[in-house]
Design a binder for this molecule. Structure first.
Ligand code: AMP
Length: 406
């Protein structure tokens, strides 16, 4: 088994992983760290919660610490599709680099926060930037950031960044980054289509796939409850109570539904909050922070929270509405069972959504157990299938959804 020592990390990084209680590298870390440290382009597919951040952060920090002069220009650039993920990745970099003999400043550049603070920070010399593409482009356009010294570019949740919603932004950023850089792609899902798109940003990449890909993380127990649409909230309350879940992340389909459901759960005596993209950035950080600290026990969210977000003690994920995309299922359930912990992933289904659930199972090579909870049994008839081209309900995304993937 690989140890962090055998990965030839400098002393200060070994101290940091020890302080974070990482006993040994995860499979993706063992595979990716030597490749990244050697300057290779890498496309890595590994399950959510498998330690991907440190798999690219450690070798990037290793390379920076080998330099003889202080790092005052942006040399490492990490792009993330959501602000929350960008903040989390920036925090990981800081935690891993805290024993470095020389400080390298790490800055998160995200929308929804005052731009002048970010400009001031950039002027004082930043070595690593973790950004969402939109705000970064604003700074590029106003010439407040210089990306000409970037040596390593990371696309975290690369499948999202490479899809249509971000492609124009990505192209404009790539014009500002030196072509002879190292480019790394990390995601839980890297289908061939995405690898084809990646060909324009990478040079002879090594593809790393970790075994459990697409299959459920072993620690996650998955269950489907068949329940009528209008009984889902009562069933959710019942489960939170009887299962004793202290922290539950509930996914719904729309921003409005997050607010409605959270309000109803609060009325029923649960401490619940809503998280969605229409909230001010400060509110988003506040709500997520409260949930992570245990100040809120049920967080009702859109798919904004499906990617990358790390809530260490999260016990249960509930698909109140099924994810629209089949890959969304993997991302959502990966919020629980992180770093070897156990967790439950529950999905609600009724007659109308059964066909879509089957599609999710097929695409993810899953067979999920169905059950009904006494008192909440599914009633009514399955709809008669009309021959022809009736689409699968909930599968089509609106134009805006397509652009932002929400
Ligand atoms: P990530 O996939 O980067 O979001 O990481 C998921 C969780 O695993 C985070 O809470 C990390 O702090 C944790 N983690 C990362 N690497 C290790 C490791 N080698 N051992 C134990 N936990 C880890």
């Amino acid at each position: 088994m690989t140890s962090f020592h055998s990965l030839e990390l400098p002393e200060h990084l070994l101290r940091a992983v020890q302080a974070l209680a990482y006993a040994q590298p995860t499979p993706i870390q063992s595979r990716a760290i030597p490749l990244v440290a050697a300057g290779q382009d890498v496309a890595a597919e590994a399950p959510t919660g498998s330690g991907k951040t440190a798999a690219f952060a450690l070798p990037i920090l290793k390379c920076l610490s080998a330099k003889s002069t202080p790092i005052v220009q942006v040399q490492g650039l990490i792009l993330a599709p959501t602000r929350e993920l960008a903040l989390q990745v920036a925090a990981s970099f800081r935690a891993l680099n805290r024993f470095a003999p020389r400080t390298t400043r790490v800055l998160a550049i995200i929308g929804g926060e005052p731009i002048h603070n970010q400009i001031a920070a950039l002027n004082s010399g930043v070595g690593i930037v973790v950004a969402t593409p939109g705000r970064l482009l604003d700074l590029v356009a106003s010439d407040d950031i210089d990306l000409s010294a970037v040596q390593t570019l990371v696309l975290d949740e690369a499948d999202r960044l490479l899809d249509a919603g971000f492609s124009v932004e990505l192209d404009r950023l790539l014009e500002r980054i030196p072509p002879d850089r190292q480019t790394l792609l990390f995601s839980a899902t890297l289908p061939q289509k995405v690898l084809d798109l990646a060909a324009r940003v990478q040079r002879s990449p090594v593809t790393v796939r970790i075994d459990e890909v697409q299959r459920p993380v072993p620690g996650i127990q998955q269950q489907v409850y068949q329940v009528n649409r209008d009984r889902r909230r009562m069933l959710l309350q019942h489960l939170v109570k009887t299962e004793g879940w202290k922290q539950t992340l509930v996914f719904v389909a729309t921003k409005k539904a997050t607010e409605n459901l959270a309000a109803k759960l609060r009325k029923a005596g649960l401490s619940a909050a809503a998280l969605h993209g229409d909230l001010e950035q400060s509110e988003r950080i506040f709500v997520l922070g409260r949930f992570k600290r245990g100040g809120v026990s049920v967080l009702v969210a859109t798919d904004l929270a499906a990617r990358g977000i790390d809530v260490p003690m999260l016990e249960a994920v509930v698909n109140f509405d099924l994810p629209r995309s089949t890959q969304g299922y993997t991302h959502r359930i990966g919020r629980t069972g992180r770093a070897g912990a156990s967790g439950v992933a529950v999905s609600f289904v009724d007659h109308d959504s059964e066909a879509h659930l089957r599609l999710i199972e097929k695409k993810n090579h899953l067979k999920l157990p169905r059950a009904q909870v006494p008192g909440f049994e599914l009633t009514g008839e399955a709809p008669v299938k009309v021959k022809g081209k009736a689409g699968v309900k909930g599968k089509r995304r609106s134009k805006k959804d397509k652009l932002r993937g929400l």
